[in-house]
Ligand binder design. Structure first.
Ligand SMILES: [Zn+2]
Length: 359
């Protein structure tokens, strides 16, 4: 079997979420550095070659995200510390306080607020995604990991895996949230477009809808986005997006596919949904594939009610491998520390090039 090339970076460990503020209460964050260590251990044990990311400039990043968001994330923790928040009131992580929703502004432009505690809500849409001392370094390193993985695919490696955290698929053009800061999968898709692929498909198998990735490409026909996920209409994050009637807009109409699934969905119908998505990708004209590889659909994951097993994840990988496309898999969610490594390994086993029909 040909193994996936794994790309990683020590700097991805620098983000420590501490707490998430959920319904006003600080609860322990689950997107912890140990996730990446557990995954790497499993992939090394499985024999995958591992390389460290090389630095890339901001070019692709700034075409995916609002430069204001990038500038905010780069500076906000230093501003927070300089304003004294770690001492008074005693919060060392950037937590939003007021958010300029559409209902507040009623069409007036969003100004950049003077106070850093107000700016925290200008670029963020939830209270669970805090910025600490190492958050920017880790999120930016994840972009380097992703772009290094893309480079290898462009150079002819059939399958690469970007071992990144923090994850990215909930990050939109101008807002972070959902434990995501910069959208790694979107960066991968844009970089593959830049490398000459006329149409790139992003298939998101994380348990949650990748609202950020969807909306980044919602108006475009050159990046097709498909996701299977727990039904947001059943009360699951991201709550406001991920419904089946979201199919794209303008030139992008028809280039988005959402397959919401009921709570408790097991392997059979979950893999059937992957099959449906694979058939849709085949007709999209895509010549390269990005997989948003979240393993939080697993039965024992604390963050979702789906009931998928390692066998299901391996089957999903095999179905996507059958498309025969050069593939960059990018890590998204997955929070059960004891199983997320084997789950990622199972998915990459399915995606491995030796399982692909030759074209
Ligand atoms: Zn997720």
């Amino acid at each position: 079997m040909t193994d996936a090339l794994v790309v990683r970076s020590d700097d991805c460990l620098l983000h420590v979420p501490g707490a998430e503020i959920w319904v006003g209460v600080a609860i322990p964050g689950t997107e912890v550095p140990e996730r990446a260590e557990r995954i790497e251990d499993a992939l090394v044990a499985a024999g995958h070659p591992v390389v460290t990311a090389v630095p890339h400039d901001d070019d692709v990043l700034l075409r995916v995200h609002d430069p204001g968001l990038v500038a905010h994330l780069r500076a906000v923790h230093d501003r927070w510390v300089a304003a004294g928040f770690p001492e008074d009131p005693g919060q060392d992580r950037v937590v939003p306080y007021v958010m300029p929703t559409a209902g507040m502004l009623d069409g007036l432009p969003e100004r950049e607020p003077t106070a850093v505690h107000a700016a925290a809500g200008r670029w963020c849409y939830d209270t669970m995604t805090l910025v600490g001392a190492g958050t920017w370094a880790a999120a930016r390193a994840a972009v380097d990991v992703t772009l290094t993985a893309v480079d290898a695919v462009v150079a002819g490696t059939p399958l690469t895996y970007a071992l990144v955290r923090p994850p990215g698929h909930h990050a939109t053009r101008s807002a972070y949230g959902g434990s995501c800061y910069l959208n790694n999968a979107a960066v991968a898709a844009q970089a593959l477009r830049d490398a000459g692929h006329d149409v790139v498909a992003v298939v998101d198998i994380d348990a949650h809808h990748g609202n950020g990735t969807q909306m980044l490409f919602y108006d475009r026909s050159d990046v097709a986005y498909a996701s299977l996920h727990v039904d947001p209409g059943a009360g699951w994050f991201p709550h406001y997006l991920g419904f089946a009637d979201e199919t794209g807009r303008g030139p992008g109409l028809g280039a988005t596919l959402n397959v919401p699934l009921a709570e408790g969905t097991p392997d059979g119908p979950w893999v059937d949904a992957v099959d449906r998505i694979a058939a849709w990708v085949e007709h999209s004209g895509a010549t390269a594939l990005v997989v948003s590889l979240g393993v939080d659909a697993a039965a024992d994951d604390p963050e979702s009610p789906l009931q998928v097993t390692g066998t299901g994840y391996e089957s999903a990988g095999r179905r996507l491998a059958a498309l025969g496309l050069p593939t960059v898999a990018v890590q998204e969610g997955g929070y059960h520390l004891d199983t997320l490594g084997p789950l990622v390994a199972a998915t990459l086993r399915g995606l491995a090039p030796s399982d692909r029909p030759r074209r």
